[in-house]
Write a protein that binds this ligand. Structure first.
Ligand SMILES: [Zn+2]
Ligand SMILES: [Zn+2]
Length: 352
């Protein structure tokens, strides 16, 4: 049974996103924005709570029930492939980890909105980053005021800051063949291969540092495709990135995101290392701020936890003592240790 039913119930559009449907509903019922509509049913939301509601099927359906739009909401909600809040979701016939998702209502194709003004679920998949149909990059900020899109705006297709219609914005043309290849490959891939691809994509994101623009996500996906098909370009690209970083840390430290992502990502990282000449730059200031957990140190050194504990006990590696149980070590310490014994990194497995 519905709670306080809205005067107008809209039909969900094919492939419409949960957030898009809610904002269209707020508009159709004369609300200033989604927050105002939700406050009418006693839902005191702020931006984070609303974002969480849009990505949580249970919370979303509870809200939809109160609004009396349950049956249509059922069509737009993003189903989860598990029972916890961290479970992956089902999107485009794929199981997708949460880390691969964009916030709802924050990325769009202007030409799709021009054809039909509703928010597409597929725009939530960060690795997609393009509109395959219109062969352009998705847009994640207003082209007039440069503000990112946010959930608080009152109109689905107008910038919440300056009021510019999203349909009036020019698209950025791009060759989408690689993205199409990626999607085709992902749909055909085994669960293990698909999981490896997501792990690689995420590792590359961590390797690069912060950034979630469609252009950055597009590059990550192209590189992930190279990883999936075993192309050497991705290996050479990352090796070159490491060589051009102004850092004195050992290459293995730079590759921690890959070394800890999955066994095949770790194997791939070893290929990168094999391409790199010995790097011997002086350590710089920012290097000292990077720390490693014991799990990360094991991956960097290529040793087991037992061997690491032995090396710590013998004083070979001076792990910092502290009140916290999971004390981290400065990456510079591990880097210097690797430098002093680079050729023996694989011999540590024998704790003697
Ligand atoms: Zn489009
Ligand atoms: Zn604007």
């Amino acid at each position: 049974m519905s709670g306080r039913a809205l005067p107008v119930t809209l039909k969900a559009r094919p492939g419409e996103s949960a957030g898009g449907y809610l904002l269209r509903t707020a508009e159709a019922n004369g609300h200033v924005n989604v927050y105002q509509m939700l406050s009418g049913i006693g839902f005191r939301s702020h931006r984070l709570a609303l974002a969480a509601t849009l990505s949580d099927p249970m919370r979303y359906m509870a809200v939809a029930k109160e609004l009396g739009i349950e049956s249509e909401a059922q069509k737009v909600v993003l189903p989860r492939a598990g029972s916890t809040w961290a479970s992956p979701v089902k999107l485009m016939d794929m199981i997708v980890p949460q880390a691969m998702l964009q916030n709802d209502l924050e990325c769009f194709c202007p030409r799709c909105l021009e054809e039909e003004p509703y928010w597409r679920k597929q725009w939530l998949l960060r690795p997609l980053a393009v509109c395959v149909e219109h062969e352009c990059l998705l847009i994640n900020e207003c082209s007039v005021c440069s503000k990112p899109l946010n959930l608080a705006r009152g109109r689905l297709t107008l910038c919440g800051t300056c009021g510019t219609p999203f349909q009036s914005m020019a698209e950025d043309p791009i060759n989408v063949n690689l993205i199409q290849d990626f999607v085709t490959l992902m749909k055909r891939a085994s669960d293990a291969a698909r999981s490896d691809a997501w792990s690689f994509w995420r590792a590359h994101e961590q390797f690069e540092g912060p950034g979630n623009t469609p252009a950055q996500n597009f590059r990550r996906t192209c590189l992930t495709l190279e990883f999936m098909v075993g192309g050497g370009r991705a290996v050479r690209h990352i090796a070159s990135e490491i060589m051009h970083r102004s850092s004195g840390l050992h290459p293995r430290i730079h590759l921690v995101p890959f070394l800890t992502a999955s066994p095949s990502c770790a194997g791939w990282a070893e290929e990168v290392i094999s391409l790199l000449p010995p790097l011997d730059y002086p350590l710089c200031g920012k290097d000292g701020r990077i720390t490693l957990s014991k799990t990360e140190a094991c991956s960097v050194l290529g040793i087991s936890q037992v061997v690491l504990e032995t090396l710590i006990r013998k004083g070979t590696i001076k792990w910092p003592l502290g009140g916290r149980r999971q004390q981290h070590i400065a990456a510079t310490e591990i880097s210097e240790y690797l430098r002093s014994r680079p050729e023996r990194v694989n011999e540590f497995e024998t704790p003697c």
